[in-house]
Structure formats: structure tokens, C-alpha cells
Design a protein around this ligand. Structure first.
Ligand SMILES: Nc1nc2c(ncn2[C@@H]2O[C@H](COP(=O)(O)OP(=O)(O)OP(=O)(O)O)[C@@H](O)[C@H]2O)c(=O)[nH]1
Ligand SMILES: [Mg+2]
Length: 463
């Protein structure tokens, strides 16, 4: 894949399609000011004005003495702009027709339509941000869930890059020591120094391991949690689903086998997007459609890390519940006993003590009792997952970064082994270099056009 020509001046609408209070057009490149001069009806030279100033202007119309729009035009002089180049941002009225006309005029004045993510690509190419930060820009725009948003803005701030950059520098320092020893191949490395080196390597290995480990949580931050609500027909799964969402989303009837297709809705719990899925009740059935629904329920369970299993507390036997749960041993399950409004306090207490080991949550989906406890339990499970990450916010949320950290760890482990076996420093230096390079890939210090094209093609136009 080829990257777009970085010498040209580019233009794009940066606000989403459709009508809005304002619409923003961004122009970046050497000729940004010359292009802007051509757009406005007054005689202006934006190349002469101060950086970071805003100018009230009229954009020329197609006929003499007519206007296209009344706008505010912001000027950013290189290198102090988003892209590091000369940038003009025009805030026009948010009418797609107006924005399109202004873009066309800009192109007629010598700019070219920007490709997706091209402004951010330039920011990267001009050294304003590193590759990890560029990826954080896309994440910040797409983030669902406040926790992922926080991770993205943290990464954009450059602090995760700094952390990784420091680890890289520590590796480079070790490399310099190796080099020094390579110059004196006949000398035995003193034991004291060798154990110091091993200590340094272990510290870095520890940090890299924690970073790699954080991806388990980072993935949940990015993708959210999928939580199917499962159980026998008529247990009140759809009622519980509606109670959680606080809206009548799914159809509820007294007829077992009501829900056929799965329905999913998202809510935010502790900053994580939790996607609840109402499923068809699990039972043997001759009905084709219901059977297809049951198949889907099974697939939902397969894919989920956390399952809410609902039973009708007035009907389900302890044996039945235990048997159902025994099939779900390889994932986290929250047991919910529903319809407690139909039971006495004694009956509820009995059930709870019998199923004590499974920590059941008793609810009435109908009377909206106990729903808070259920959400609280899910919240707790999320927090437990979160606790595995370091308190310093250095969380990997990107698969590419995760792979690179694992590669760095791999090479470093091999450095350690070879050092212990007193292998030659040349061999050690080679492995160490691989480790350094893996970390540099994360930051985009080493990269290639294919990778960049791939990453930036996922951006929206205008960013
Ligand atoms: N008394 C009482 N009835 C409930 C409660 N929750 C659900 N029901 C009733 O139980 C019946 C079945 O409820 P649904 O929510 O459709 O059950 P379901 O598990 O989704 O059933 P299927 O989709 O058929 O598998 C309906 O008549 C509900 O009104 C509850 O907490 N208390
Ligand atoms: Mg249902």
C-alpha cells in the first residue's frame, strides 16, 4: 500500500455528515493560507496574521457580490498546529451543502481531498505525536464507555509512550554495557556485575509482563463485556432484561418459549460497556423456530465471559439449578432467583441457604426488587478484573501493542538465558536489539508504509 503524498495541501470536512450548529472544514499544508486567501470575499493575507487567531469572514459566492456563508476562520502557523503544518480551520454553518461548496472552492484553489486519518498521519510524520498516540486519537473518537475513553486520553497525552520509551531506554543502556564487554572478549565478566545485569533485566521483564497482562483488561475496556441472560423458559429472563434496562424492550408473556431471537442492549457499569443479551429459554423443543433460538442461546453462552443464569424461584429445584450451573464451570456465572414476590421471607431464606455456595441474588423482575444488587455484583466482578492492572494507568488496549510487548518479552527472556549461560555478548546484543525494536514498533520509531496505511485507513475522514 502507498501512503498519500505528504507534500500536497489537503482539505476535508471534519464534522460528521448532516445538519448541525456548525460544520468545520480543515485545511493543512504549505499552501493552506494561500488557499484560504482565495476563499474569502475580502482581500486578506492569512500568511501575515498571527498564529492561533480567529477571523470573521465571508466566503465568496458563485456570483459577484454574493456570499456562500459567513464564517469564523482560525489560523495555526506551523509547527504549532495539529498536523505540524500550516492549518486553517473554517467554522461554517452546519449545512452539508455549504460545507461541500467550500470544500469544492478549496480544491479549485489547489488543495486536495484528504484521505481518512490523513491529518493525524501528518501529525505523526511531522513528529507531533508518535504512532501509539495517533492510534489513541482514533480510539478516543470511537470510545464507548468512560473507562476506555480515559485510557485513550491517557495514551494521547503521551504518558504511556513515555513509560514504554523509558523501558526501551533502559534496554538500550544494557545494550551499551554489552557493547563495552564485547570490546574485551577475553575478560571474564565479574560475578557482581553479572548479577547486577540480571537484576536490571528482571526489573524490566517484570514491567513488561505487567504491561502484557494489562491487555486482558484493556480488551474489556475496548470491546466491553458480553453478558447473556440465560435459563429455563418462563424464568423471567426477558422481564429481568427489561428491568435492567429500565424499559419494556423485550416481549414478556406467560407462555414459555416467548423469546425466540436474541436481543442485545448496552449499559455502562463502572465505565465499562456491558452488553446484556436476552436469550431463548433452554429446553428441548419440536418447534423449529424455538429450537433455532435455543441454538443461539448456546452460542451466546459459548462466547461470553460472564453469564447471568435466571431461575423461577417458585418452580426451580436445587438439583435442576446445580445441574444447569455445572455446565457453565469454565466461566463466571451469577445465579439469579426470580419471582421472589410470590414467596414468603422464610421460603426465600431457605432457598438462599441451600444455594449459599453459589451466592444467589434474589430478585423480583416484576416488582423491580434486587436489580440493584445484581448490577452491583456485576460491577464488583468488573472491578476485580480491573484490579489486575497496575494503578499507574499503563494499560495496553491495542492488539498491535500487545503483540509487540510479548515479542519484546520473548527476546528479553532469551537475553537472560544466554547471559546466565555465559554466551557471547554479540549474541546477547542481537536478542536485546530485537527487544528494543519491538518496543520501538509500538511508538512507530520503526515502521513501514503498509502498517501506516493499514492503521490510518481505519480513521474517519477529516481527522
Ligand atoms: N410474579 C412474578 N412474575 C414474573 C416475574 N418475572 C417474570 N414474571 C412473569 O413470568 C412470565 C414469564 O416472563 P418472561 O420474562 O417472558 O420469561 P422468559 O424467561 O423470558 O421466558 P421465555 O422467553 O419464554 O424463555 C410472565 O408472565 C411474567 O410476567 C416476577 O418477578 N414476579
Ligand atoms: Mg423471554
Amino acid at each position: 500500500m502507498r501512503l498519500p503524498d505528504s507534500g500536497e495541501t489537503i482539505v476535508a470536512i471534519s464534522t460528521p455528515p448532516g445538519y448541525g450548529g456548525i460544520g468545520v472544514i480543515r485545511i493543512s499544508g504549505n499552501r493552506a493560507f494561500a488557499v484560504a486567501n482565495e476563499l474569502v470575499s475580502e482581500r486578506r493575507d492569512f500568511g501575515e496574521v498571527k498564529s492561533h487567531t480567529i477571523h470573521h469572514c465571508y466566503i465568496k459566492g458563485s456570483l459577484r457580490r454574493t456570499f456562500t456563508d459567513e464564517v469564523l476562520l482560525a489560523v495555526f502557523v506551523a509547527p504549532n498546529s495539529y498536523t505540524g503544518e500550516n492549518v486553517v480551520e473554517i467554522s461554517a454553518h452546519g449545512n452539508p451543502q455549504i460545507l461541500k461548496q467550500i470544500v469544492e472552492m478549496t480544491i479549485n484553489a489547489g488543495a486536495r481531498q484528504a484521505t481518512p486519518g490523513e491529518f493525524t498521519l501528518r501529525a505523526f510524520q511531522n513528529g507531533r505525536i508518535d504512532l501509539l498516540q495517533a492510534e489513541a486519537v482514533a480510539d478516543l473518537i470511537a470510545a464507548e464507555g468512560t473507562a476506555f475513553q480515559q485510557a485513550a486520553v491517557y495514551q494521547l497525552s503521551g504518558r504511556l509512550s513515555e513509560y514504554i520509551g523509558n523501558l526501551r531506554n533502559e534496554l538500550v543502556e544494557i545494550g551499551a554495557l554489552f557493547e563495552a564487554y564485547t570490546d574485551f572478549p577475553d575478560e571474564e565478566i565479574p560475578r557482581q556485575e553479572k548479577s547486577e545485569l540480571l537484576g536490571k533485566i528482571d526489573t524490566i521483564t517484570g514491567k513488561l509482563s505487567r504491561l502484557a497482562e494489562s491487555y486482558r483488561h484493556g480488551e474489556v475496556l475496548r470491546s466491553g463485556l458480553q453478558v447473556p441472560i440465560v435459563g429455563p423458559p418462563n424464568a423471567g429472563k426477558s422481564s429481568l432484561f427489561n428491568a435492567i434496562l429500565a424499559e419494556e424492550r423485550a416481549i414478556v408473556t406467560e407462555i414459555p418459549g416467548t423469546t425466540r431471537d436474541t436481543i442485545a442492549e448496552k449499559i455502562d457499569i463502572n465505565g465499562i460497556v456491558v452488553r446484556f443479551v436476552d436469550t431463548a429459554g433452554m429446553r428441548e423443543t419440536d418447534d423449529h423456530i424455538e429450537a433455532a433460538g435455543v441454538e443461539r442461546s448456546k452460542r451466546e453462552i459459548e462466547a461470553a465471559g460472564l453469564v447471568v443464569a435466571v431461575f423461577d424461584a417458585t418452580k426451580a429445584t436445587v438439583t435442576e439449578i446445580r445441574e444447569f450451573l455445572s455446565k457453565l464451570t469454565d466461566r463466571q456465572v451469577i445465579l439469579v432467583l426470580n419471582k421472589i414476590d410470590l414467596l414468603t421471607g422464610f421460603q426465600i431464606a431457605d432457598l438462599e441457604s441451600e444455594l449459599d455456595a453459589t451466592r444467589p441474588i434474589v430478585v423480583s423482575a416484576k416488582e423491580l426488587k434486587g436489580i440493584d444488587n445484581l448490577l452491583k455484583r456485576i460491577g464488583e466482578l468488573i472491578v476485580t478484573a480491573t484490579a489486575t492492572i497496575s494503578s499507574d494507568n499503563n494499560v495496553i488496549t491495542n492488539q498491535r501493542h500487545h503483540r509487540a510487548v510479548l515479542a519484546a518479552l520473548d527476546s528479553l527472556t532469551s537475553v537472560r538465558q544466554k547471559l546466565e549461560q555465559d554466551e557471547s555478548f554479540e549474541l546477547l546484543a542481537f536478542d536485546l536489539h530485537q527487544s528494543v525494536e519491538a518496543l520501538e514498533e509500538i511508538l512507530g520509531k520503526v515502521t513501514n508504509d503498509d502498517l501506516l496505511a493499514e492503521i490510518f485507513s481505519r480513521f474517519c475522514i477529516g481527522k
